[in-house]
Design a protein around this ligand. Structure first.
Ligand code: BG6
Length: 516
């Protein structure tokens, strides 16, 4: 039973979801890694859509920087093609594009070459004059982490970073992965904080840009009826699934280094845990919200040592199988992957949040590549009925499912009487769907996050202590599984829900994974 919005007038589908009341200040946005995948697929299409929906200041300049040789015009053409292919709205509005492309520049060059930064400075000054960008700068590191130190050094050396509080702002957006373990994340934080202030740093986790993830805050703290039951008295356990049909695509080299724990669990999945488990913030501002999220990470008992890891963590690696009827290779047959690779592509983890609210309520997490479908959801499983009035096993416990993607929405599963003379209960579902309720497509995660970075709102970005707390949790597991004598991940067939051992993780507790 889909819900309908209560107002008569539906919002303009293009504008929905982003606040139009605060258009950011004029600014020049510099994208390092401008010829890469992220710029093509996400960043420039997101900026174009922000321009289309009138969320950008008229005075915006964008400069792409990378090694590839393009002229300004060639880069503009290449990006026009990327927008045509990857924009969420089609066809491309040529007037909007022309205006946006008028402020698009390109600077070719290596990051360790001073002349690249001298030319970048020249281009930025030219943009300040031609587009009135007023000396405000947003630097976006859409590059591998190994480039971050040199980029920071060069920006500092070429006096491109201004202290906070000055009339002209400097901000830096840093893509994930932010480090590869706790020690490297700490070192990176130290390095970044040597050249700028925390208020200038925007560590991105694109899951926080998703509407449905932000809606967790509204769902929990904008309603009165859920909060009283959102605790150990009513909830039996929580299951968080982030499943993908995709394999590793052409990212073998990156993935061999990362694996599922660094690629999905440390960031996206732990963000979902924090938002599900956090207490109500004192105010809706960047620090109050992030304070509560960090507290959750700190109250999770760390998983350290072979015994704890063996009991609570199951890792898997996909073998050849079928996805949607097509044969797909196993992980070890993928390009740039070692034949004897031990990199996990699947993880199932049991966490305990040791707080007053959650004591005794396990959080089961699972994420994997080459699973049967793309699906991210948070399932809150309520306690069993205290008394089986309608027969043993007749009524399943209530479940509340927050569907992050696809079919974004929330479903409540409860028992209803099957029509007829007997009292036979069956589980039915009350379903809220974004698509029908708001009749509009949500903005892409990168639209929201770029806009927030341009506005200087850090609420949806990861703070220093938060990123370190998340690494601390994952670090214990990494150290155990990456020890030379650690067992390899369990194989699972592509197209299955992971290794059998993942089912046993819940089975030992008398529970089972949902089969969404
Ligand atoms: C990225 C990971 O951060 O998130 C990818 O590096 C993964 O491996 C992707 O596929 C998933 O994002 P989404 O938005 O498709 O769920």
């Amino acid at each position: 039973m889909p819900y309908a919005p209560e107002h008569d007038e539906l919002p303009n589908p293009l504008r929905v979801g982003l606040r139009a009341d605060s258009v950011p200040e004029p600014c020049a946005l510099v994208v390092f890694g401008a010829s890469g995948d992220l710029a093509h697929r996400k960043l420039i299409p997101a900026l174009y859509n922000l321009a289309l929906t009138a969320h950008l200041p008229a005075a915006l300049g964008v400069v792409g920087v990378s090694k590839s040789e393009y002229t300004h015009e060639q880069y503009q053409e290449d990006m026009r093609e990327a927008v045509g292919q990857f924009s969420r709205t089609k066809p491309v509005d040529e007037d909007v594009w022309r205006d946006f492309a008028g402020g698009l520049r390109y600077v070719p060059g290596a990051f360790d070459d001073d002349s690249t930064f001298q030319r970048l400075a020249g281009t930025l000054e030219e943009l300040d004059r031609a587009r009135a960008t007023r000396g405000n700068r947003l630097f976006y590191f859409a590059t591998p982490p190994s480039t971050f130190p040199v980029l920071l050094r060069q920006l500092q050396k070429h006096r491109m970073i201004r202290p906070p509080g000055e009339a002209r702002f400097t901000r830096v957006v840093i893509e994930k992965p932010f480090g590869r373990d706790l020690a490297s994340a700490r070192a990176l934080n130290r390095m970044v904080l040597e050249v700028m202030d925390e208020r200038q740093i925007f560590r991105i986790d694109h899951y926080l840009g998703k509407e449905t993830v932000q809606n967790l805050l509204v769902f929990r703290f904008g309603n009165t009826i859920f909060e009283p039951i959102w605790n150990r008295n009513y909830i039996d356990h929580v299951q968080i699934t982030a499943a993908e049909e995709l394999g590793i695509e052409s990212r073998g080299r990156y993935y061999e280094e990362a694996g599922i724990l660094r690629d999905m669990i440390q960031n996206h999945v732990l963000q979902l845990v924090s938002l599900t488990a956090m207490e109500a913030p004192a105010a809706f501002d960047a620090d109050a919200v992030r304070d509560e999220k960090v507290k959750v990470l700190r109250t999770i008992s760390p998983l350290e040592g072979p015994e704890a890891v063996a009991q609570r963590v199951v890792l898997g690696q996909y073998t050849a199988g079928q996805i949607a009827g097509n044969d797909v290779p196993g992980y070890r047959e993928e390009k740039d992957v070692a034949k004897g690779s031990r990199t996990p592509t699947f993880a199932a983890i049991k966490l305990n949040v040791d707080s007053w609210r959650w004591d005794g309520v396990p959080f089961y997490l699972r994420s994997g590549k080459r699973l049967p479908k793309r699906l991210t959801e948070i399932a809150i499983q309520f306690r069993k009925l205290p008394h089986a009035l309608f027969g043993e096993g007749a009524a399943a416990p209530n479940t509340l499912i927050v569907r992050v993607q696809p079919e974004e929405g929330i479903a409540l599963r409860f028992s209803a009487k099957v029509p007829g003379e007997r009292y036979r209960p069956r589980t039915v579902s009350m379903d809220f769907r974004y698509g029908t309720a708001f009749a509009a497509a949500s903005p892409e995660a990168y639209e929201r996050l770029l806009l927030d970075a341009l506005r200087g709102d850090q609420t949806l970005f990861t703070r220093k202590d938060e990123v370190e707390a998340a690494w601390k949790l994952v670090d214990g597991i990494l150290q155990t599984i990456e020890a030379p004598d650690a067992p390899p991940p369990f194989p699972y067939e592509a197209g299955s829900w992971g290794p059998r051992e993942s089912d046993e993780l819940l089975g030992r507790d008398g529970r089972a994974w949902r089969r969404p």
